[in-house]
Design a protein around this ligand. Sequence first.
Ligand code: CAA
Ligand code: NAD
Length: 292
Amino acid sequence: FCRNFSSSSSRFGNIKHVTVIGAGLMGAGIAQVAASTGHQVVIVDQTDDILSKSKATIEKSLQRVAGETFIAEVMGRLTIKTDAAAAVKNTDLVIEAIVENLEVKKKLFSSLDKAAPKHTIFTSNTSSIPIKDIAVATQRQDRFGGLHFFNPVPIMKLLEVIRIPATSDETFDKLLGFGKAMDKSTVNCKDTPGFIVNRLLVPYMMEAIRMVERGEASPQDVDTAMKLGAGYPMGPFELTDYVGLDTCKFIIDGWHKKYPDNPLFMPSPLLDKLVSEGKLGNKTGEGFYKQK
Ligand code: CAA
Ligand code: NAD
């Protein structure tokens, strides 16, 4: 993605100014790619401290793949703000990547709806919450959709683009165009639990945890088996540590509440225990594995 773009225009014109809300694992990656592909980007989070760390993460990530001039240009297109309402005043697209909690997301979008211009499209990067349940917090359901990125955003090529029944064709086309401008391959998704990838991936990760709970194998052996026997780049425990145990728990608890009879969506005592101990994976230094 290290191409040169003038600082005043992105590649496909429509969406030039993007507001990313949530500067964590996903928000930082989304902001990095959006700025690298020529968009003006504002990143919003709760504190300046979180935002400075996020900017430093982006710079470090860029250093792996780009030279000084490109990095300076990309960083020049990124600004940070703690006031979400002020950030969206002149934005074309909002991408929300805050905590996986419906009420918190609804509260945010309800306040943004009043602050953003009419043309602004709202999207959520939620892993598991129905987009329509979030969109009801706004008066712009025709300009609402889902943009589901994958971790690590700079490397994973896929973007799931989700429409709800109210999403207009114009909005959906703009979202597909934005995906292209971000250099991602897009797939069209309905607003079903987990869209495509997570509907398959999360039950697989949970099944691996249940296998260990039953004492049938160690996490290390499961990971080795799936990497060497099935060709996956990471085993399910490495992947759960990578995604974040808290995020996995939010996903499975939400689905279990909604579909209590589905055995694929059963919570796991082991996952609950690790989360209650603050072992959230790579982001806290320990999950199923201790980081070296
Ligand atoms: N920005 C841009 N490119 C980068 C980069 C960065 N910050 N860091 C690395 N790269 C590039 C490297 O230059 C390298 O490119 P080349 O092959 O052209 O040299 C390439 O990316 C691979 O880099 P690494 O060698 O460092 O990475 P790796 O081979 O060890 O693979 C991995 C790392 C991509 C994470 C791989 O282990 C993997 O694919 N893991 C699985 C990830 C996955 O499944 N993600 C989905 C999680 S689920 C989700 O996200 C959805 C949800 O809602 C929970
Ligand atoms: P994270 O915990 O790394 O980051 C979330 C950030 O949001 C934090 O910095 C937090 O301070 C901030 N935040 C929380 N409430 C806020 C608010 N009201 N206003 C502004 N900022 C707020 O989480 P993450 O892994 O980046 O996940 C973010 C979203 O992306 C979730 O909906 C998650 O389900 C989804 N997602 C996660 C992954 C993954 O692999 N982790 C992949 C795809 C999608």
